[in-house]
Design a protein around this ligand. Structure first.
Ligand code: 28F
Length: 636
């Protein structure tokens, strides 16, 4: 390409990659931190495909000092021959031709998100540099691309290697003109997905190395999703020892389920299709849930643990305290839903229900003691549900949920249009007061929270309903809770948690996220929950008070002041320190506030933190506080 004439094929290649650079969101969702991470997973998926094909069992992900990322696998290595259609090497085709998706030739199916190279050209288009090395036939093949995918030269041999060695290594540097928000990788976020991929692909080792601070971890789980359930339950108290595991395949569709009940009340159910986290569920999850209710009721009646007088157990009753992973591998998955994370294939529902139902029934028949423990737990849950129903009815008769609380603490907004209405849940009365005065009364409602709301970790639905603070939140949202939950009744499309940046604020944020995660999860899944970002620093010079969001803004502002200006910097002690006008201008008004949208992963992590802090087990709590105590000192 350098200096040589362009043929029509080169033009088509460039137009393809140019299209990606023009509308990156079409290919990787967003150009925020999530999009930056997506680049890593597009490349890793190609290694996972090679592992699923049976040729790779070791993947290494390295975050380099310059924030470039290297992914290396020990698969067969991308074919280094010339691609029949385009006349250039297969490697160059994979990294410069935009693949509309669709399967490559050859049997079997690509189960991970990737399709052997579908994503590679997108990553290349969005990187300032990308280089690929292939280890094959004792040679090291190499090609480099710059400025969004322009090849610097042809694929060429640059070195020799051990004749036995095969594999592919890709290094890429995300383009800062595309990823304006950040190009800094977050180790913990990459760690979470690397570990999850190792759980989902038993026997595949995935190593994560961070050369910025010489940190590295390797994930390898020969027990696969059984070990995933074990990890999720590590800070809980299981009510039966064995993790129940079922797997089966029908018409080329694989279903794998692992589950274990614990003595808590919340359910942690995660489902995947071809390693993609189907956050919005779908037919695989529906099939498994149906079978779970059907088989537990059937076994309960057959063993006479469920008496005639007992109600049939509902799907809510059988999922209380349940940790479960569902993994489906499908040759041609149809993804639906708001964020394309819901499995739509109708045929999967029956297959999942049959495969799982049959194996679960077998387990219960062969383990009557554990079956009894599970049944008793579900029956207790049904009693709590009925108690909650009665509590709801009595409070409704006394007008508890609808009338008194409504005007108790909530300062509502004038507008009745949910799409423009926002509710600020504010910690503490003084900040609550400033927020009420500073708000835009047309579209912004304010709900001040007094002190610590109920510890929802141990609360069943009925007890949570009796807590004053939670009832005012339920009433304000308008969606109802539990069985009655209806997201279409949500009165505010932005729920903004406004708490201090200190440890106390962190605690109330964690409590609220746990509450939303446990009882209002679709609200989080559909992106309605945000965290307000109050300014961290206050710069005073003369009569001027300037609030800065973070260190970067503070430094920029200082450097923007005239040379010999006298100024004073202080840390914002908390929301209460700002008056209504300052709170509005820095944190509430849509003109220049900065909100952090809460994702399901954020809520799940908060839930795990909360559980560690509030769960029964003392040891994990001590360990967690020990690991995180220094941050607390810094905060204070
Ligand atoms: C660090 C990223 O991309 N690994 C990959 C392979 C292996 C094959 C392949 C990839 C088949 C013909 C399209 C090798 N030998 N890691 C990776 N490993 N792609 S990507 O084939 C590409 C398709 O052209 C491979 C035999 N069959 C497939």
């Amino acid at each position: 390409m350098n200096g040589e004439h362009y043929n029509e094929n080169d033009i088509q290649v460039l137009e393809g990659l140019e299209a990606v650079r023009k509308r990156p969101g079409m290919y990787i969702g967003t150009t925020s931190e999530r999009g930056l991470n997506h680049l890593v997973w597009e490349i890793v998926d190609n290694s996972v495909d090679e592992a699923l094909a049976g040729y790779c069992d070791d993947i290494e992900i390295t975050i380099n000092k310059d924030e470039s990322v290297t992914v290396k696998d020990d698969g067969r290595g991308i074919p280094t021959g010339i691609h029949p259609k385009t006349g250039v090497s297969t490697v160059e085709t994979i990294f410069t031709v935009l693949h509309a998706g669709g399967k490559f030739g050859g049997g079997g199916y690509k189960v991970s998100g990737g399709l052997h190279g579908v994503g590679a050209s997108v990553v290349n288009a969005l990187s300032t540099m990308l280089e690929v090395k292939i280890y094959q036939n004792g040679n090291v093949y190499y090609q480099k691309y710059i400025n969004g995918g322009h090849p610097v030269g042809k694929l060429e041999i640059i070195d020799k290697c051990d004749p036995e060695r095969t594999g592919t290594s890709v290094t890429f540097l995300p383009d800062p003109t595309i990823f304006k928000e950040t190009t800094i990788y977050n180790y913990d976020t990459l760690r979470h997905r690397a570990q999850e991929l190792a759980f989902l692909n038993k026997g595949l080792q995935i190593k994560l190395i961070d050369l910025r601070n010489n940190k590295s971890e390797a994930f390898l789980y020969n027990g696969g999703i059984i070990e995933y359930v074990k990890m999720l339950n590590e800070n809980k108290t299981p009510i039966h020892d064995d993790i129940i595991y079922c797997e089966g395949e029908e018409d080329g569709i694989e279903i794998e389920v692992a589950l274990q009940y614990n003595d808590g009340y919340s359910s942690n159910i995660y489902s995947f299709t071809n390693n993609i986290n189907t956050v919005e569920g779908g037919t695989h999850e529906e099939g498994v849930r149906l079978a779970l209710s059907r088989i537990i009721n059937k076994y309960g009646k057959a063993s006479n643990i469920l008496k005639e007088k007992d109600d049939t157990l509902t799907s809510d009753d059988v999922k209380e305290g349940l940790t479960m992973i569902i993994s489906c591998k499908h040759p041609d998955p149809q993804f639906e839903g708001q964020t394309k994370t819901k499995l739509g294939n109708a045929e999967v529902r029956k297959i999942a229900s049959n495969v799982f139902g049959e194996k679960l029934e077998k387990f219960l028949m062969e383990n009557p003691a554990e079956a009894k423990l599970i049944l008793e737990k579900c029956i207790l849950a049904s009693h709590a549900r009925l108690a909650a129903k009665k509590a709801r009815e009595t409070t409704r008769r006394k007008g508890g949920l609808e009338i008194t609380n409504k005007w108790g603490k909530l300062t509502d907004c004038k507008s009745n249009d949910p799409s423009i209405s926002e509710i600020f849940i504010v910690e503490g009365d003084s900040a609550g007061g400033s927020a009420k005065d500073g708000r835009d009364y047309m579209t912004q409602a304010v709900l001040p929270l007094r002190g610590k709301i109920l510890n929802v970790e141990k609360a069943r639905l009925d007890r949570a309903l009796n807590n004053e603070e939670i009832r005012s939140i339920i009433t304000a949202f308008g969606t109802g809770i539990g069985e009655e939950f209806d997201i279409s009744k949500l009165r505010y499309h932005k729920i903004i948690i406004m708490a201090d940046a200190d440890v106390d604020g962190g605690h109330i944020r964690t409590l609220l996220l746990t509450l939303f995660y446990r009882f209002f999860r679709p609200i989080v899944e559909q992106g309605h929950v945000y965290a307000a970002q109050p300014p961290l620093f206050k710069v005073v010079h003369g009569k001027t008070i300037h609030w800065c969001l973070n260190e970067q803004e503070r430094d920029d502002y200082i450097s923007s002041l005239p040379e010999n200006t006298k100024y004073e910097i202080s840390r914002n002690k908390g929301l209460g320190e700002m008056d209504a006008k300052e709170l509005r201008e820095t944190t509430m008004s849509i003109d220049n506030r900065v909100l952090k949208q809460i994702t399901v992963e954020d809520a799940m992590l908060a839930d795990k933190v909360f559980e560690t802090l509030m769960g029964e087990e003392v040891e994990p709590r001590r360990q967690f506080i020990e690991e995180n105590a220094r941050y607390a000192e810094l905060d204070i």
